[in-house]
Structure formats: C-alpha cells, structure tokens
Design a protein around this ligand. Structure first.
Ligand SMILES: [Fe+2]
Length: 210
C-alpha cells in the first residue's frame, strides 16, 4: 500500500512529499527543498529506506535540499528530466536523467513519469497509486507560470490536457499551497479555469497563461 506525506516548507508555500510502500518501507522524496531535517525526521520515524530523490522540475525552490541528501547518502542520485538540468548547479551529482514516460519502482510501488513541459521544459508529473504529483504544472485552481525563461504556454496547455486525461478520481498533489493542499483531477477539470481554457483551445489558453 502506498503512503504519502505532504510537507509545506519554506517561505513560498512549497510542498515536498515522501511517498513510500508501507510493507517494504522503500521511499521516494519528491522535491527535496528548504528543510531536509524535517523530511529526514519522518524517514527515521517510519524506518524508511530512501531509494529515489525526485524533482518535478529543477527550480531552486523545489530542489534546494537535493545536495543535502546527495552528500549524506552516496547511493542516491537526483532524478530529473534531462531538459531541466540547465537549471541545476554544475556540481550537483550524480544525476539520474529522465526522458519522460519511464516507470520507477520502489517497494511494491510503480511510479510512472509523465513529461509535462511548459512551466519548464523538463517538468514532469509522477503518477502512482491513484495520485499524481504535478509540481508547478497544475495547482489547485491554477496552473504554473508560463512566462519564465524556458517556459512555453503552448506546451503547458498540452501538458494540462495530458493530466486531464487521467481518471477523474486521481488525487492531485501540487507543488505549492496556492489555493489548497490537494484536490482531484475531476474537480480541477470542473473548476480550474486553466484546465477549462486548455480544453477550449490553444489561442484562448495562451492568451490567459502567457
Ligand atoms: Fe517552478
């Protein structure tokens, strides 16, 4: 059985997550940032074996504690999409580079990588156990900024459509606490204006998001 713990850390309402298999205790940290000691405390308390350090994208507010974990545990690598490495410091290594659409396994869990570019070129979402971790691609009631270096509003629209194709009951775990902590894909398709505009067409979406 998959367990998820959400942590709101740092001055920008960032979410980090620990996802683990309750039986075999193998775990992944998604977006290690701000207060690694808080994440470590849960790892220790639950006796977890950390297998993956995953980035939804490489903006520093999602990645600034990666170095802490890499230096402490030399068996770890930082998993990041290859299109986002330009955002990382050169000395962050080792890297486990994604192309998108991989499947990661820890414990009995299978986690699917979905390439969801737009906020950054290498943004990914992680799908496992009926939940999706969307980083800065999709928030509760909002989507990620598409006006930053490397952003692409047309790509962001296609990524939102990819997420909209997931089952409605899929639990949404976003990268920031902007309008709430969690939702479902079905609720977002109904109430999130950017999801609705994405479905309506490229011109309308780009006008609103860029
Ligand atoms: Fe970001």
């Amino acid at each position: 059985m998959m367990k998820v713990k959400q942590f709101k850390l740092g001055p920008m309402g960032n979410f980090s997550y620990i996802v683990w298999d309750a039986g075999l205790r193998e775990a992944a940290v998604i977006d290690p940032a701000w207060q690694p000691e808080v994440l470590e405390e849960l790892i220790r308390k639950e006796k977890l074996i950390l297998k993956f350090l995953l980035l939804t994208h490489a903006h520093p507010d999602h990645a600034n504690a990666a170095r802490y974990f890499l230096e402490k545990d030399k068996t770890l690598a930082l998993t990041v999409h290859k299109e986002d490495t330009f955002l990382l410091d050169d000395d962050i290594n080792p890297l486990n580079l994604l192309k998108g659409e991989e499947e990661l396994a820890f414990g009995h869990l299978k986690m699917k990588v979905i390439h969801t570019p737009g906020h950054t070129p290498g943004s990914v979402s992680y799908l496992a156990g009926g939940a999706v971790f969307t980083g800065d691609t999709l928030f509760v009631g909002q989507c990620g900024r598409a006006d930053l270096p490397g952003s692409d509003p047309k790509a962001l629209r296609l990524s939102l459509l990819k997420l909209a194709a997931l089952p409605g009951e899929t639990v949404l775990y976003p990268g920031h606490a902007y309008n709430g902590h969690t939702s479902t894909i079905g609720v977002q398709k109904e109430y999130n204006i950017y999801m609705k505009l994405a479905a309506r067409g490229e011109a309308e979406f780009v006008k609103a998001a860029a």
